[in-house]
Design a binder for this molecule. Structure first.
Ligand SMILES: [Fe+2]
Length: 275
Protein backbone atom coordinates (compact mmCIF):
# COMPACT_ATOMS: atom_id res chain seq x y z
CA UNK A 1 0.00 0.00 0.00
CA UNK A 2 1.57 3.33 -1.09
CA UNK A 3 1.33 6.65 0.74
CA UNK A 4 -1.32 7.86 -1.69
CA UNK A 5 -3.60 4.95 -0.83
CA UNK A 6 -3.36 5.77 2.89
CA UNK A 7 -4.31 9.37 2.17
CA UNK A 8 -7.40 8.33 0.22
CA UNK A 9 -8.70 6.51 3.28
CA UNK A 10 -8.45 9.72 5.32
CA UNK A 11 -10.30 11.98 2.86
CA UNK A 12 -13.76 12.91 4.27
CA UNK A 13 -16.71 10.94 2.83
CA UNK A 14 -18.86 12.43 0.07
CA UNK A 15 -22.29 13.69 1.34
CA UNK A 16 -24.95 10.97 1.41
CA UNK A 17 -27.53 13.07 -0.43
CA UNK A 18 -25.02 13.54 -3.27
CA UNK A 19 -24.47 9.78 -3.49
CA UNK A 20 -28.21 9.22 -3.84
CA UNK A 21 -28.59 11.94 -6.49
CA UNK A 22 -25.77 10.34 -8.50
CA UNK A 23 -27.34 6.88 -8.27
CA UNK A 24 -30.67 8.35 -9.44
CA UNK A 25 -29.02 9.49 -12.70
CA UNK A 26 -28.76 5.83 -13.71
CA UNK A 27 -32.13 4.81 -12.27
CA UNK A 28 -34.83 5.03 -14.93
CA UNK A 29 -37.47 4.38 -12.28
CA UNK A 30 -36.43 7.44 -10.21
CA UNK A 31 -39.41 9.81 -10.36
CA UNK A 32 -39.74 13.44 -9.32
CA UNK A 33 -41.24 12.49 -5.95
CA UNK A 34 -38.27 10.25 -5.22
CA UNK A 35 -35.73 12.90 -6.15
CA UNK A 36 -37.57 15.53 -4.08
CA UNK A 37 -37.56 13.08 -1.16
CA UNK A 38 -33.80 12.55 -1.51
CA UNK A 39 -33.13 16.28 -1.46
CA UNK A 40 -35.45 16.83 1.50
CA UNK A 41 -33.51 14.24 3.50
CA UNK A 42 -30.78 16.88 3.88
CA UNK A 43 -32.11 20.00 5.60
CA UNK A 44 -29.11 22.16 4.72
CA UNK A 45 -29.17 21.22 1.03
CA UNK A 46 -32.96 21.72 0.92
CA UNK A 47 -32.66 25.25 2.33
CA UNK A 48 -29.95 26.05 -0.19
CA UNK A 49 -32.05 24.76 -3.06
CA UNK A 50 -35.01 26.90 -2.01
CA UNK A 51 -32.73 29.96 -1.81
CA UNK A 52 -31.16 29.29 -5.20
CA UNK A 53 -34.52 28.45 -6.77
CA UNK A 54 -35.80 31.87 -5.78
CA UNK A 55 -32.68 33.43 -7.28
CA UNK A 56 -33.08 31.48 -10.54
CA UNK A 57 -36.82 32.10 -10.72
CA UNK A 58 -36.69 35.82 -10.01
CA UNK A 59 -39.58 36.42 -12.41
CA UNK A 60 -41.89 33.92 -10.67
CA UNK A 61 -45.05 35.42 -9.18
CA UNK A 62 -44.76 33.60 -5.87
CA UNK A 63 -41.81 32.90 -3.60
CA UNK A 64 -40.63 29.31 -3.62
CA UNK A 65 -40.81 27.88 -0.12
CA UNK A 66 -40.44 24.11 -0.69
CA UNK A 67 -38.23 21.84 -2.80
CA UNK A 68 -41.36 20.58 -4.60
CA UNK A 69 -42.35 24.13 -5.58
CA UNK A 70 -38.81 24.62 -6.87
CA UNK A 71 -39.21 21.56 -9.09
CA UNK A 72 -42.58 22.78 -10.41
CA UNK A 73 -41.17 26.24 -11.15
CA UNK A 74 -37.75 25.38 -12.58
CA UNK A 75 -38.11 21.77 -13.71
CA UNK A 76 -36.55 18.63 -12.32
CA UNK A 77 -33.29 18.87 -14.28
CA UNK A 78 -32.61 22.43 -13.15
CA UNK A 79 -33.31 21.46 -9.53
CA UNK A 80 -31.11 18.37 -9.90
CA UNK A 81 -28.22 20.58 -11.03
CA UNK A 82 -28.78 23.03 -8.19
CA UNK A 83 -28.89 20.11 -5.75
CA UNK A 84 -25.63 18.60 -7.03
CA UNK A 85 -23.88 21.99 -6.98
CA UNK A 86 -25.16 22.67 -3.45
CA UNK A 87 -24.01 19.21 -2.35
CA UNK A 88 -20.48 19.62 -3.67
CA UNK A 89 -20.41 23.18 -2.29
CA UNK A 90 -21.11 21.75 1.15
CA UNK A 91 -18.16 19.37 0.66
CA UNK A 92 -15.90 22.22 -0.47
CA UNK A 93 -17.05 24.57 2.32
CA UNK A 94 -14.19 23.84 4.79
CA UNK A 95 -11.63 25.21 2.31
CA UNK A 96 -13.72 27.84 0.56
CA UNK A 97 -12.10 30.83 2.25
CA UNK A 98 -8.84 29.99 0.54
CA UNK A 99 -9.04 31.95 -2.72
CA UNK A 100 -7.03 29.62 -5.04
CA UNK A 101 -9.03 26.66 -3.74
CA UNK A 102 -12.33 28.51 -4.20
CA UNK A 103 -11.31 29.37 -7.75
CA UNK A 104 -10.73 25.68 -8.47
CA UNK A 105 -14.33 25.02 -7.40
CA UNK A 106 -15.55 27.82 -9.67
CA UNK A 107 -13.68 26.13 -12.52
CA UNK A 108 -15.60 22.90 -11.85
CA UNK A 109 -18.98 24.66 -11.85
CA UNK A 110 -18.21 26.45 -15.13
CA UNK A 111 -16.94 23.18 -16.62
CA UNK A 112 -20.17 21.43 -15.63
CA UNK A 113 -22.33 24.09 -17.30
CA UNK A 114 -20.35 23.84 -20.52
CA UNK A 115 -20.22 20.03 -20.43
CA UNK A 116 -24.01 19.86 -20.41
CA UNK A 117 -24.09 22.03 -23.53
CA UNK A 118 -21.39 20.06 -25.36
CA UNK A 119 -23.08 16.76 -24.44
CA UNK A 120 -26.41 17.95 -25.84
CA UNK A 121 -24.67 18.76 -29.12
CA UNK A 122 -23.70 15.10 -29.54
CA UNK A 123 -26.95 13.66 -28.10
CA UNK A 124 -25.36 12.59 -24.81
CA UNK A 125 -27.27 12.86 -21.51
CA UNK A 126 -26.75 16.49 -20.45
CA UNK A 127 -27.51 15.82 -16.78
CA UNK A 128 -24.96 13.03 -16.56
CA UNK A 129 -22.45 15.26 -18.32
CA UNK A 130 -23.16 18.08 -15.86
CA UNK A 131 -22.71 15.85 -12.80
CA UNK A 132 -19.64 14.08 -14.20
CA UNK A 133 -17.91 17.37 -14.94
CA UNK A 134 -18.91 18.87 -11.60
CA UNK A 135 -17.18 15.89 -9.98
CA UNK A 136 -14.26 15.72 -12.42
CA UNK A 137 -11.91 17.42 -9.94
CA UNK A 138 -13.29 15.69 -6.84
CA UNK A 139 -9.82 14.21 -6.31
CA UNK A 140 -8.43 17.75 -6.26
CA UNK A 141 -11.02 18.75 -3.66
CA UNK A 142 -10.16 15.70 -1.56
CA UNK A 143 -6.42 16.44 -1.71
CA UNK A 144 -7.07 20.12 -1.00
CA UNK A 145 -8.97 19.12 2.15
CA UNK A 146 -5.88 17.17 3.26
CA UNK A 147 -3.20 19.68 2.16
CA UNK A 148 -4.86 23.13 1.92
CA UNK A 149 -1.69 25.20 2.31
CA UNK A 150 0.38 23.19 -0.20
CA UNK A 151 -2.43 23.13 -2.74
CA UNK A 152 -3.05 26.85 -2.40
CA UNK A 153 0.59 27.48 -3.34
CA UNK A 154 0.53 24.84 -6.07
CA UNK A 155 -2.63 26.21 -7.72
CA UNK A 156 -1.17 29.70 -7.66
CA UNK A 157 2.04 28.60 -9.36
CA UNK A 158 1.39 25.66 -11.72
CA UNK A 159 1.12 26.98 -15.27
CA UNK A 160 0.49 23.69 -17.07
CA UNK A 161 -1.51 20.53 -16.43
CA UNK A 162 1.65 18.43 -16.53
CA UNK A 163 3.30 20.65 -13.91
CA UNK A 164 0.16 20.48 -11.74
CA UNK A 165 -0.13 16.68 -11.92
CA UNK A 166 3.60 16.12 -11.29
CA UNK A 167 3.62 18.50 -8.32
CA UNK A 168 0.55 16.80 -6.86
CA UNK A 169 2.40 13.47 -6.92
CA UNK A 170 5.27 15.12 -5.04
CA UNK A 171 2.91 16.41 -2.34
CA UNK A 172 0.60 13.46 -1.86
CA UNK A 173 1.89 10.58 -3.97
CA UNK A 174 -1.10 10.92 -6.31
CA UNK A 175 -2.30 13.28 -9.01
CA UNK A 176 -5.84 14.57 -8.54
CA UNK A 177 -6.97 12.30 -11.39
CA UNK A 178 -5.48 9.26 -9.65
CA UNK A 179 -6.87 10.32 -6.27
CA UNK A 180 -10.27 11.00 -7.85
CA UNK A 181 -10.34 7.61 -9.54
CA UNK A 182 -9.68 5.91 -6.21
CA UNK A 183 -12.29 8.02 -4.42
CA UNK A 184 -14.84 7.37 -7.16
CA UNK A 185 -14.26 3.64 -6.66
CA UNK A 186 -14.41 3.93 -2.88
CA UNK A 187 -17.70 5.86 -3.13
CA UNK A 188 -19.14 3.54 -5.84
CA UNK A 189 -19.64 6.29 -8.42
CA UNK A 190 -20.98 4.97 -11.77
CA UNK A 191 -18.41 3.97 -14.39
CA UNK A 192 -18.99 6.96 -16.68
CA UNK A 193 -18.31 9.39 -13.82
CA UNK A 194 -15.18 7.42 -12.88
CA UNK A 195 -13.95 7.68 -16.47
CA UNK A 196 -14.39 11.46 -16.44
CA UNK A 197 -12.67 11.79 -13.06
CA UNK A 198 -9.72 9.65 -14.23
CA UNK A 199 -9.24 10.89 -17.81
CA UNK A 200 -10.50 14.47 -18.11
CA UNK A 201 -6.90 15.69 -18.59
CA UNK A 202 -5.96 12.74 -20.84
CA UNK A 203 -9.15 12.32 -22.86
CA UNK A 204 -9.91 9.56 -25.36
CA UNK A 205 -9.58 10.43 -29.05
CA UNK A 206 -13.32 9.98 -29.61
CA UNK A 207 -14.70 13.47 -28.98
CA UNK A 208 -18.14 12.27 -27.91
CA UNK A 209 -16.81 10.22 -24.97
CA UNK A 210 -17.76 11.76 -21.58
CA UNK A 211 -14.12 12.34 -20.56
CA UNK A 212 -13.44 14.15 -23.84
CA UNK A 213 -16.53 16.32 -23.37
CA UNK A 214 -15.40 17.25 -19.85
CA UNK A 215 -11.88 17.93 -21.13
CA UNK A 216 -13.01 20.43 -23.74
CA UNK A 217 -15.55 21.99 -21.41
CA UNK A 218 -12.79 22.50 -18.85
CA UNK A 219 -10.51 24.19 -21.35
CA UNK A 220 -13.33 26.45 -22.53
CA UNK A 221 -14.18 27.28 -18.90
CA UNK A 222 -10.55 28.25 -18.33
CA UNK A 223 -10.58 30.46 -21.42
CA UNK A 224 -13.85 32.11 -20.34
CA UNK A 225 -12.46 33.35 -17.05
CA UNK A 226 -12.59 30.30 -14.81
CA UNK A 227 -9.09 28.79 -15.05
CA UNK A 228 -7.79 25.84 -13.08
CA UNK A 229 -5.08 27.43 -10.97
CA UNK A 230 -2.64 29.53 -12.97
CA UNK A 231 -3.16 27.54 -16.18
CA UNK A 232 -4.12 30.16 -18.74
CA UNK A 233 -6.07 29.27 -21.88
CA UNK A 234 -6.58 31.57 -24.85
CA UNK A 235 -10.21 31.57 -26.02
CA UNK A 236 -9.45 31.97 -29.72
CA UNK A 237 -6.87 29.18 -29.52
CA UNK A 238 -9.11 26.74 -27.64
CA UNK A 239 -12.06 27.52 -29.91
CA UNK A 240 -10.10 26.33 -32.93
CA UNK A 241 -9.16 23.08 -31.16
CA UNK A 242 -12.65 22.04 -29.95
CA UNK A 243 -13.78 19.07 -32.11
CA UNK A 244 -16.38 20.25 -34.67
CA UNK A 245 -19.13 17.88 -33.48
CA UNK A 246 -18.96 19.41 -30.00
CA UNK A 247 -19.18 22.96 -31.35
CA UNK A 248 -22.69 22.59 -32.78
CA UNK A 249 -24.56 24.34 -29.94
CA UNK A 250 -21.87 26.89 -29.14
CA UNK A 251 -22.41 30.45 -30.37
CA UNK A 252 -20.10 31.72 -33.11
CA UNK A 253 -18.64 34.12 -30.55
CA UNK A 254 -18.03 31.82 -27.58
CA UNK A 255 -17.51 34.78 -25.24
CA UNK A 256 -21.31 35.26 -25.39
CA UNK A 257 -21.50 32.34 -22.93
CA UNK A 258 -19.71 34.30 -20.22
CA UNK A 259 -22.79 35.94 -18.56
CA UNK A 260 -24.58 32.59 -18.16
CA UNK A 261 -21.42 31.06 -16.70
CA UNK A 262 -21.03 33.98 -14.31
CA UNK A 263 -24.61 33.46 -13.10
CA UNK A 264 -24.15 29.72 -12.56
CA UNK A 265 -20.81 30.12 -10.78
CA UNK A 266 -22.08 33.04 -8.70
CA UNK A 267 -25.08 31.01 -7.52
CA UNK A 268 -22.99 27.95 -6.68
CA UNK A 269 -20.48 29.84 -4.56
CA UNK A 270 -22.84 32.42 -3.04
CA UNK A 271 -23.43 30.41 0.10
CA UNK A 272 -19.74 29.78 0.72
CA UNK A 273 -18.05 33.12 1.17
CA UNK A 274 -19.04 36.79 1.11
CA UNK A 275 -18.13 38.43 -2.23
FE1 LIG B 1 -8.71 18.23 -13.24
Amino acid sequence: MGPGHAIIKRIPPFPAVGMRLIQALDDDSADIGGIVGMIQSDVGISAEIIRLSNSAAAAAKHRITTVRQGVLTLGINHIRRIAMAATVSSYVAPIARNRPLLNAWKHSVATAQLSAMLASAVKRDAEKAYTSALLSDIGLVGLMLMYPAQYSILLSSATSIRCLLDSERTISGLSHCEAGEQLAGQWSFPDDIRQVVAYHHHPPAEATEPAAIAHWAGRLASALGYPLGAIVEDLAGVATLVPPQLRTLLPEDISELAPALDQAVGDAVSSLVPC
